[in-house]
Write a protein that binds this ligand. Sequence first.
Ligand code: FIX
Ligand code: ZN
Length: 415
Amino acid sequence: MSSATKDKKLAAQVEKIVAVTPIHDVHTHLYAPAFGELLLYGIDELLTYHYLIAEGFRYFDLPYKKFWALTKTQQADLIWDELFIQHSPVSESCRGVLTTLNALGLDVKKRDLKGVRKWFATQKPDAYTTRCMELAGVKSICMTNSPFDDLERPVWEKGFSGDSRFVTALRIDPLLLDWSNTAPKLAQWGYNVTSEISAKTVEEVRRFLREWSKRMGARYVMVSLPPDFKYPAQTVCNQLIEGAVLPHCRETGLPFALMPGVTRAVNPQLKLAGDGVGLTDLKFLTNLCAQYPDNKFLVTILARENQHELCVLARKFRNLHVFGCWWFNNIPLLIEENTRMRLELLGLSVTPQHSDARVLDQLIYKWRHSREVITNVLVDKYADLARTGWEPTKVEIERDVALLFGGAFEKFLKG
Ligand code: FIX
Ligand code: ZN
């Protein structure tokens, strides 16, 4: 067999394996159907995704307030017109809507928004969840579960009996980043806390974490962090991390997931679409990994310029697991760059991607697009190996891809 034919065969094999390997989506903002209106799906949700709202405002000639006063359908109409009709939908988020519609069997070339709406109106959440997961090749979805969300908390308090397609993660941004507003809430929910961080308060925060982790069956505890986050530092946030979160995670074996690099509300007029990115000094993560070898840290980072340093850190600390191409990194250019860099520096001990889907149907495009890029990177890597005479077997490739699509993450969680 000529080497060109061998390369083609290998590429086809990798493509097939990546296409059929089920994915554990380790971070999303999706909910099981039992959470009712918290589960978003359908064309109007797809079009009013905050990524598209930000892009729409590049063109809109109307005040922010007027946009927010419109109904969701009107907002979707406006976005459709500006981003799909007046301009070609070349951005990643626009292309994603079309990939999704196309995969669902809808004819995008008709540009028939009304017809598409009619089709979505007939979908039922439970069966449609399964359909989207099948089309995306996703086996399990990790939710972002917040006791601080007034719509979500009652579902947990009533008792959520579980859904085998979904797993849970405890999200604690308000606890660590907005203590002055969160302390009164905890007090109201029966925790004996004060705004000053006393030993009793720390103990009660730990009880809060213990109770909510248990109630949710959380697989990890998660927070997003601003670019200027420091550890150690004389802050309430640090006191709570040191006194409550880290001991809780050690006691339960749960990883602490950190998402540094987001500056919230750079433009508050854009609401959820108004958050920005900043370069993080990763000294804080070195300190955490070194100081707490018995804690596990899951990390995805927002600034492109931080990605290399994060990989180097993961080479130094095995209690650090790198995952996903978060938010502004979730574009083919950066998925490719990050995945290549991670494989070249960390081998298969990473989770290259999570979807961060907020709308169920987005699973389809986010994973189809990522799979395509990951395939290309893997084909190159295996071809490099083949050139040395090391020909990877089908079983080896299957094993490797399974690690990248959730296996390495699971191992890290269990380890
Ligand atoms: O903090 C997060 O988990 C972020 O993913 C979100 O805040 C963000 O709005 C988002 O949807 C990014 O993809
Ligand atoms: Zn997220």
